[in-house]
Design a protein around this ligand. Structure first.
Ligand code: ADP
Ligand code: TMP
Length: 250
């Protein structure tokens, strides 16, 4: 496979064309951002870890019957994915109150929710990714009614599979964000990344009673170095994939 021209450079990844019009070459960068880019840093080793973490998560999901855009990992920071026409949506699933949800509704972080919550934000850096509901998505033509039903079904299936994966490595999956797109033949699929940048992950091995973050809240809230936390997540996920005999695409 040949790497061709750069198509896009975002806050965390660069996308390149390849000699196959259905495949993109993704390069994970070390840049960390928070607050829609208001806070920025270069963190050595982050791109490498996120590339490895999202790859093993996509492999673990596939073994649970959840397909994604992931084709294979190429190197420490690079992977191949299926090229998608992305829905401009941040698809958020929450199992426990935290972050903007806890703030908006005045509930304590860590409060268990009686059912998982599916939320959408309109992906627009200029507007600061505002909250949008199902009617708004269809009314603005961001997805059709049928597409939205499939996106929602997949988001809940991803959540169920991820809750299972993380519970097996003693991590509480508090919430996460995914993105979905459409392949050239019209199939809706999970895309982008699933990493500690895009999930809230709390360590259940820590018995101190205080929340031990293994995710980007360490950076967002100036709580400490993200690298040892991301390394811990990667080590536990790899051990799980090995124990389950999951086929690795690398
Ligand atoms: P951002 O654009 O939010 O700064 P990134 O740096 O992570 O984020 O950029 C990755 C971009 O690639 C995002 O805009 C995302 O929607 C897009 N993307 C993710 N997976 C695919 C895919 N399979 N095909 C096309 N675009 C994708
Ligand atoms: P929030 O509580 O700030 O709304 O975030 C919910 C989850 O979604 C959390 O795990 C972080 C993730 N997320 C992203 O990955 N990117 C984003 O732009 C936002 C707003 C949230």
């Amino acid at each position: 496979m040949e790497k061709l021209e750069k198509l896009y450079e975002g806050k965390a990844k660069k996308l390149y064309a390849t000699d196959d019009s259905d495949i993109l070459w993704v390069d994970y960068m070390n840049q960390a951002t928070a607050g829609n880019g208001a806070k920025k840093a270069q963190i050595e080793g982050k791109g490498n870890l996120n590339n490895h973490i999202t790859s093993v998560i996509f492999d673990l999901l596939k073994a649970r019957g959840v397909d994604s855009h992931f084709v294979k990992r190429l190197s420490d920071t690079e992977q191949l994915v299926r090229k998608m026409d992305m829905f401009p949506l941040e698809i958020i699933m929450r199992n426990t109150a935290a972050g903007s949800f806890a703030k908006r509704y005045g509930v304590e972080e860590g409060t268990d929710l009686k059912k998982p919550i599916l939320e959408f934000c309109y992906k627009s850096d200029d507007l600061g990714d505002p909250f949008i509901n199902d009617d708004g998505i269809v009314a603005l033509g961001l997805a059709t009614e049928e597409e939205l039903a499939e996106i929602s079904r997949q988001a809940r299936a991803v959540n169920a599979a991820l809750v299972d994966i993380f519970s097996k490595i003693d991590v509480k999956l508090v919430d996460f964000k995914i993105e979905e797109g459409k392949t050239s033949d019209g199939r809706i699929l999970l895309a982008d990344e699933i990493t500690p940048d895009t999930c809230r992950l709390w360590d259940l091995k820590d018995k101190s009673g205080k929340i031990e973050h293994l995710d980007k809240d360490l950076f967002r809230r100036d709580l400490g170095d993200i690298i040892p936390a991301y390394e811990e997540i990667y080590a536990r996920l790899t051990a799980l994939a090995e124990a389950e005999g999951v086929e690795r695409a690398e």
